[in-house]
Design a protein around this ligand. Sequence first.
Ligand code: ATP
Ligand code: MG
Length: 267
Amino acid sequence: MTAAAHKTIPELGSIRFENVTKKFGSITALDNVSVEFAANKINVLLGLSGSGKSTMLRHINGLNKPSTGDVWTLGTPVHSASPTTLRALRNNVGMIFQQFHLVESMSVLENVCTGKLGSLRGPRFGLWSYPRYVRENAMEQLARVGLADKAFQRAGTLSGGQQQRAAIARALIQRPTVLLADEPVASLDPLSSAGVIELLAQISREENLTVICSLHQVHIALEFADRIVGLNAGRVVLDRPAAGLTHNDVDGIYAPVPVDERVKIAV
Ligand SMILES: Nc1ncnc2c1ncn2[C@@H]1O[C@H](COP(=O)(O)OP(=O)(O)OP(=O)(O)O)[C@@H](O)[C@H]1O
Ligand SMILES: [Mg+2]
């Protein structure tokens, strides 16, 4: 029997990276990463620009596949999953982005309804082409994120913080088990940033949602994260519960890495 045959299959709720290396040509974006994210908690990824945070998030829902190693998400072996299996997985994994990715000319409510497209058959054109239960649920999600009064406004007219809340509502309508957030507050002012992260923390608690969120703001990570994973040049350099961590502990994540070393790793 091979060593691989002895590996345990991770539990249904967990997200696990096992010896994951991801190369893009001569760049090693992830370098032998082994990590298990805490279920039903806020997990924050910290690291310098280019350290591999987005690449890591994209492995969780199969937008990237490892060059070597295994990624398990909610019991699915992402590293070897077929496109059909990945589509099914993505219904359980919501994602929000720095730039919100709303359709600005569409109403806020219709934007939220589009979050349901993955589980509806056929294309939809216009708000009224969605089943009533979807429209009602979209309204509920908007109320939850504090935007009920903006439902019929064009998304492009909202402030950045409001757009990110709408994007969260769009992700929630999928009823995901996992929410990936790639620098969700990078375009927001400090007050809106805290509001959006607070909302994510509240929803994570209410829904038992596993949140994995990349951030550049260490103070927000220390305040809201349950667990912090630090990446430096594609390697995990910190993986600890956030409670008790200080700015000093986190500073080490940001040590500069010579560019040559990353190229050397890839050869
Ligand atoms: N599709 C791709 N093709 C080539 N290189 C890529 C690709 N995606 C990522 N990379 C490289 O992989 C490395 C990690 O990138 P990644 O986007 O994951 O970093 P990051 O930590 O999210 O950075 P930032 O904080 O700037 O968003 C970078 O060197 C990047 O240029
Ligand atoms: Mg990124």
